[in-house]
Structure formats: structure tokens, C-alpha cells
Design a binder for this molecule. Structure first.
Ligand SMILES: [Zn+2]
Length: 172
């Protein structure tokens, strides 16, 4: 695939040997593979995986105004993992459409659950909504927090607490 992408660059008048484009064919090929869902791996790892502080930008579907903040994702694999870089992209994929924060949270958790059938998934979103800030509904820096807990994160309080501690104690 890398050769094909290089020849596309030539056809659109680019020089694939120049610095900025040198690794572009490889990057494009990798991102296409991501889009084609090749970013799942079989591994023996079975400890909690956490990706925290994922920046999030979305649009509130009630007011067509931005809400933005951070998303924290955790899961405990059961034989399969997701490429770590794929999790922020998954967040982006669902954020970049008209949303409500609660549904966005649930969609991220359910997609991970559906794709790799882990022992559990946890998603927490902390966001500020311009529609609230502008209308003075709440204090200027109030943050809406939503969470979706599936599997062991729902059933086991220790697991849930471990996740919440790791997410919050290292967060600034
Ligand atoms: Zn709103």
C-alpha cells in the first residue's frame, strides 16, 4: 500500500522525497488500517489499561454550542486489546457529531465492549458546556461529569475505585 500512496503523491505534483512527506505513505497506510479496524491485537495482558486526559471537543445537540473537557477510558482485557492510540481516535469519532454528553460516554464504552469483549470498561467524561457557561446557569467553571461502567467496573467496587483513583490522583 505504501508504494501506491507514494505514487498518488507524485500524481498530485508532490515530491515524496521531501522531508515532510518522507514518512507520509507509511502514516497514511497505518491510518487506513486503523480505519479498517486492524488495530486489535491478541495478547496475554490482563491488567487494567487506562488512557486518561483525552482532550475532547464536541457540540451539544440542544444548543449547537461546544462542550469540551477530558475523557478517561479504562478497561480490563480478556485476551484482546485495542491499540492505545486508537482510544483517543474512538473518542474523537463519537465526539465529532452533535452529541449529548451522557450518550457520548455510553457510546465510547459500548463500542469498546462490543469490539474486544473485555472483562469490563469504564469511561468518565468531565466537560464544560458553553451553553451553561454563557447562560450563567451554573458557576463559570462548573464541570459536568458523566460515567459509564460496564462488566467488572460495574459489578466490583474495588475495580471501579482503582480506576477512579488512577484517573483522579494523577490528574491536574
Ligand atoms: Zn447545551
Amino acid at each position: 500500500m505504501i508504494e501506491e500512496i507514494r505514487s498518488i503523491l507524485i500524481k498530485i505534483g508532490e515530491d515524496p522525497a521531501r522531508d515532510g512527506l518522507l514518512n507520509t505513505p507509511l502514516r497514511v497506510s497505518q491510518s487506513l488500517q486503523f480505519l479498517l479496524n486492524k488495530a486489535l491485537f491478541d495478547v496475554a495482558y490482563d491488567e487494567m489499561v487506562i488512557v486518561r486526559d483525552i482532550e475532547l471537543f464536541s457540540l451539544c445537540e440542544h444548543h449547537l454550542l461546544p462542550f469540551f473537557g477530558k475523557c478517561h477510558v479504562g478497561y480490563i482485557p480478556d485476551g484482546r486489546v485495542i491499540g492505545l492510540s486508537k482510544i483517543p481516535r474512538l473518542v474523537d469519532m463519537y465526539a465529532r457529531r452533535l452529541q449529548v454528553q451522557e450518550r457520548l460516554t455510553t457510546q465510547i464504552a459500548e463500542t469498546i465492549d462490543h469490539k474486544i469483549h473485555p472483562r469490563g470498561v469504564a469511561v468518565v467524561i468531565e466537560a464544560q458546556h458553553l451553553c451553561m457557561i454563557m447562560r450563567g446557569v451554573e458557576k463559570q467553571n462548573s464541570v459536568a461529569v458523566t460515567s459509564s461502567m460496564l462488566g467488572v467496573f460495574k459489578d466490583n467496587q474495588n475495580t471501579r475505585n482503582e480506576f477512579l483513583n488512577l484517573v483522579h490522583h494523577q490528574s491536574k
